[in-house]
Design a protein around this ligand. Sequence first.
Ligand code: ADP
Length: 372
Amino acid sequence: MALTEQEVRSALRSVKDPELHKDIVSLGMVKKVEIDGTRVALSIELTGPGSPLRESIRKEVAAALANTDATEFSVEVTFRGGSPAGGGGAGAAKAGGGPTGPSGNPLPQVGAVIAVGAGKGGVGKSTVATNLAVGLGRLGYRVGLMDGDIYGPSTPTLLGIKGQAPTARDGKILPFAVHGIHAVTIGALVDAEKPLIWRGPMAHGAFKQLMLDNTEWPELDYLIVDLPPGTGDVSLTLCQLVPLTGAVVIATPQQVALDDAVRAVRMFQQLNAPVLGMVENMSYMLGADGKRIDIFGTGGAEREAGRLRLPFMGALPLFPELRINSDLGTPHANFDGPNRDLAASLEMLVSSLLAQVELRRAFPGAPSLTVT
Ligand code: ADP
């Protein structure tokens, strides 16, 4: 039987990106498969020149294709953003850099969709996502918050809507109108103490159905999507279905968190979602004497952002009030409360996000942009 593209793609699923822990087919890295009899010509797009697959890709493709009828193959390696791999030959360069989302945008009424991701859990991703949303709302923007963390939704607590059921119209969920924003969370539909266990395809389906197909999002200037930590299926689904304006990656400054944050950055880049920048959370704490207590190593995320040539969007120190207001579900208290440093840190993050979105709109194809 003649060799088919489907066979080749399914064989290539055994080749995994060691940084992203997913196979190159799911990651959309296989850009071209041409078959001529038993000869296969592939074009594979890696995250960048530093990709760990750069050296091993040909060997791994050979091993994968050994399980098919292919007798000969060639691999053209390109890098995201358009630069061909050294010696790649004519026609190896890929144009672009913009999102390769679907043609049918499921959220045409939304001006900008911003994903907030992190490599690790517990680094303050949901806290930052919520406060970015509320902070943008305070400036008069029409804002939505999509709690995409379908494994551990924290929006009900952060917005003080625990135990409240959403309303529906014509079979579609209406987002909660709360604290000046519109929010949807799976946490409002399930038992708060029940573990949410999703296999990969179920996670994809649950996120798509709940957040995109079955929610009536109003017209919005910004939709902030709080993603689960790591490089899993929900992030993949979002990037594939929605043309993202960009992603913000939250990291704490210690090395173990930064290592994972780098993987999250690489994932967004590979999925053609522009990374708007990195935020350092829990940067330091102010002691009673006003001195900084450097708990996790201030500046780690800024250095890493510099190394990755990404904008650094700002640092958010540890503030006990932020934790308390988050547990109470009173986000406006972060902006209006007595701690002016807390308000200023959050307002700076909001401004930084607005600046990055403006830059993206002005220069859509640019690989990364820094505000100076
Ligand atoms: P993630 O979404 O990354 O899992 P969360 O946003 O749920 O993390 O934050 C984890 C915990 O840390 C929460 O209790 C939150 O209130 C607290 N927290 C996050 N950032 C800060 C900060 N800068 N100062 C004080 N507490 C914080």
